[in-house]
Ligand binder design. Structure first.
Ligand SMILES: NC(=O)c1ccc[n+]([C@@H]2O[C@H](COP(=O)([O-])OP(=O)(O)OC[C@H]3O[C@@H](n4cnc5c(N)ncnc54)[C@H](OP(=O)(O)O)[C@@H]3O)[C@@H](O)[C@H]2O)c1
Length: 238
């Protein structure tokens, strides 16, 4: 294992792209990366006033579910992207078959699955230029088919659309890892039960601490090709 970030001068800082960074976990990841020696480009629908103050960070406004990623692509230009954190995500409200709606499922699919697929595809040429490029798809423990089938999370009232689309996002991670092989590593990372706008009832994790854990992990491990891991727990069963 070797470290990606050193005390490099500003023009040689590695570049990270983080989606959904206007609040919650994504905001803390963007902030921790910029403080840890990275150049950061964020993509969110709304602009964060807090991130306006952060050096080495550029905000692009856009929707991961939209076809137009021109602003992001133009901002990154022809620079190598060393890290892409596909963090933007949405939850749902329908917790049983009767309350599952096509609109909700389509919206969650569009943001949670098509979003990371589209952003990864748009930045693939830049990722291929990186030294140890890594795509981190922010997933959930609730995406684990293994744990859901065993009934481990039966007591949680999480939505069908969220569970279905995060499980599909995990399959996206596996598909990308199979296609990209050694050229670009791909991880599915559960950030923990964090106190954010999307928090579940038993959430008690600090988003800033979780972000530090992610940055430490990313900087320490430049080898692992494919992983499904919880920042507060270690490897998860798919
Ligand atoms: N909180 C938890 O306990 C927990 C647990 C497991 C997994 N996660 C995952 O962690 C990630 C972050 O969640 P969070 O808890 O930080 O949620 P959050 O506070 O609701 O933040 C979600 C972020 O995603 C952005 N976003 C939503 N839709 C978007 C779109 N279409 N295009 C671009 N950005 C979009 C939001 O910004 P805008 O509204 O400005 O676009 C916001 O910055 C999600 O993928 C979530 O599934 C969270």
């Amino acid at each position: 294992m070797s470290s990606i970030v050193s005390d490099a001068p500003a023009d040689t800082r590695p570049l990270a792209v983080v989606t959904g960074a206007s609040k919650g976990f994504g905001l803390e990841v963007a902030r921790a990366l910029a403080a840890g020696g990275w150049d950061v480009v964020t993509l969110s629908r709304s602009r964060s006033v807090e991130l306006d103050q952060v050096p080495f960070l550029t905000q692009v406004q856009g929707d991961v579910a939209s076809a137009d990623l021109a602003g992001l692509v133009a901002t990154v230009g022809d620079r190598p992207v060393d890290l892409l954190v596909n963090n933007a995500g949405v939850g749902g409200t329908g917790t049983n078959l009767a309350s599952l709606s096509a609109d909700e499922l389509e919206h969650c699919f569009s943001v949670n699955v098509w979003g990371p697929a589209r952003v990864s595809g748009a930045l693939l040429p830049n990722l291929r230029l990186g030294a140890h490029p890594l795509v981190v798809n922010i997933t959930s423990r609730l995406a684990s088919l293994n744990r859901q089938a065993s009934g481990e999370y039966r007591h949680l009232s999480s939505s069908y659309a969220y569970r279905i689309t995060k499980a599909a996002q995990n399959m996206l991670t596996v598909c990308m890892a199979a296609e990209l092989g050694a050229s670009v590593r791909v991880w599915a990372v559960h950030p923990g039960r964090l106190r954010t706008a999307m928090a579940v009832a038993d959430a008690d994790g600090d988003p800033a601490e979780a972000a530090e854990r992610l940055v430490t992990l990313v900087q320490a491990d430049t080898e692992t090709q494919l992983a499904y891991i919880a920042l507060d727990e270690g490897p998860l069963p798919w």
